[in-house]
Design a protein around this ligand. Structure first.
Ligand code: 5AD
Ligand code: SF4
Length: 421
């Protein structure tokens, strides 16, 4: 979501005649696009602002957009008095106002809903993988999560506006579409005639576009995985066989206190149905360890579910208390060293599974999408259908989509050779 917001901001400022630079002393405007989901990310923002302030030209404007802006609000100006703008995740389309009136402080942390999508200029050229947000906000209200506060209640974009953006992306360079939402599979839009559209409708319509070769979506909430969507994995070959469906914890009592009221049986049943629809499907998860009150036995149950599902690629985090959330006020906050030990054990196991899966890919051939050259320029990085990085020797005429035979694997990536276009 943040990558997408960054692209839209860059496109908007390009539209206003600016060009991009990575060199802070050259810049006339410096924008930090921020994430507030864990405290560590938020803390980094203010130290980075201090560094930017010292390195920038005296006349350059600087400020923050995104979730930390929404959380900090006017307090950000108190902490950094010469800051020029603070714009929340749903009001960054107002950024050009600071160019027109550089002497005023610009503060807007309103939850404008979908307004920004109507106001942002179209991107001229699409990246090969086009991220398309299909909703804003989230209604799930997990007790640890700041997102319902920073991005507000869940609203689905209209079917027409999502499809218009997708069509434009397909006509301007996109080969892969990734639908985005905090609760992406909960997408639900009813038009003026009373017709309701779901994520499965977006996928079906997108698959008809000849330029689009791959479709995926992230992030899914387990109980929103409806049968029409599961069916898409059986019927739509352009839909990649890879799904991020966070479980967060393997303990039923922790899930209840997280306000994620699904049973582990139901979760496993959904996984079973998905694999029935698409036998090669692989799943990734997010995990939080050290949620308030998590006992050793709760944590063992998280290890157990990880062993059962065998997620091929996961993100695991130490629980981080966040403002505006219920869990931050819960008793039995877990000491940092216990969180760190649990995270290390879980990560070690997840890495092992990832390495085993990568190794199992050796000698297989996959259709992979070119991401770009590596840092040295001697290699190209492709993505497999399971989102693994696959490194091949650089050739000048390497196709954007290639059949690649996997020749070697480690925990983080694969190596391969192009066998045909
Ligand atoms: N502490 C730790 N991890 C969190 N996440 C969300 N809120 C918190 C928090 N307070 C994680 C969840 C979510 C991912 C985007 O970030 O695992 O799926
Ligand atoms: Fe946060 Fe995701 Fe839960 Fe929504 S579903 S509250 S975004 S963790």
């Amino acid at each position: 979501m943040n990558v997408y917001d960054g692209w839209r901001i860059a496109a908007m400022l390009t539209h206003h005649g600016l060009t991009q630079t990575d060199n802070i002393p050259d810049a006339d405007i410096i924008i930090l696009n921020t994430c507030a989901v864990r405290a560590k990310a938020t803390d980094k923002v203010f130290s980075a602002l201090g560094r930017i302030r010292r390195a920038k030209k005296p006349t350059a404007l600087f400020g923050i957009v995104g979730c930390v802006a929404r959380e900090a609000g006017s307090d950000a100006f108190r902490r950094i008095p010469d800051l020029n703008f603070v714009l929340g995740p749903q009001s960054y389309h107002k950024l050009p106002q600071i160019l027109e009136n550089p002497d005023a402080r610009l503060l807007n942390i309103d939850l404008g809903g979908l307004e920004k999508f109507d106001q942002l200029p179209q991107m001229e050229k699409s990246p090969r993988v086009a991220y398309i947000p299909i909703q804003e906000g989230c209604n799930h209200c997990c007790t640890y999560c700041i997102v319902p506060y920073t991005r507000g209640r869940e609203i689905s974009r209209s079917f027409e506006s999502v499809m218009a953006e997708t069509l434009h992306a397909s006509k301007s360079g996109a080969l892969e579409i990734c639908f985005l939402g905090q609760n992406v599979n909960g997408y639900k839009y009813t038009d003026e005639n009373g017709k309701t559209y779901r994520l499965s409708d977006l996928i079906r319509e997108t698959a008809k576009m000849p330029e689009i070769m791959r479709i995926r979506f992230t992030s899914s909430y387990p109980t929103e995985m409806t049968d029409d969507l599961i069916e898409m994995f059986a019927t739509e070959p352009k839909l990649l066989p890879f799904l991020n469906m966070p479980i967060q914890s393997g303990s039923q009592s922790v899930l209840t206190r997280m306000n994620r009221p699904y049973s582990l049986e139901l979760y496993c049943d959904i996984v079973r149905k998905l694999k029935q629809a698409r036998p090669d499907l692989q799943i990734s998860s997010d995990f939080i360890v050290g949620f308030p009150g998590e006992t050793d036995s709760d944590f063992e149950q998280t290890m157990k579910i990880a062993q059962q599902i065998k997620y091929i690629n996961s993100y695991s985090f130490k629980y981080s208390p966040r403002p505006h959330t219920a869990a931050a006020l819960m008793p039995d906050q877990i000491p940092e060293n216990v969180k760190a030990d649990r995270l290390a054990r879980l990560d070690a196991y997840l890495n092992e599974v990832q390495r085993d899966f990568n190794t199992s890919c050796i000698d297989k051939t996959f259709e992979c999408l070119l991401e770009g050259p590596d840092k040295t320029g001697n290699h190209l990085i492709y993505r497999t259908p399971f989102m693994q990085q696959c490194i091949v020797p650089a050739t000048p005429d390497a196709p954007a989509l290639a059949q690649i035979e996997i020749t070697a694997a480690n925990k983080a990536s694969l190596r391969g050779k192009i066998v045909s276009k």
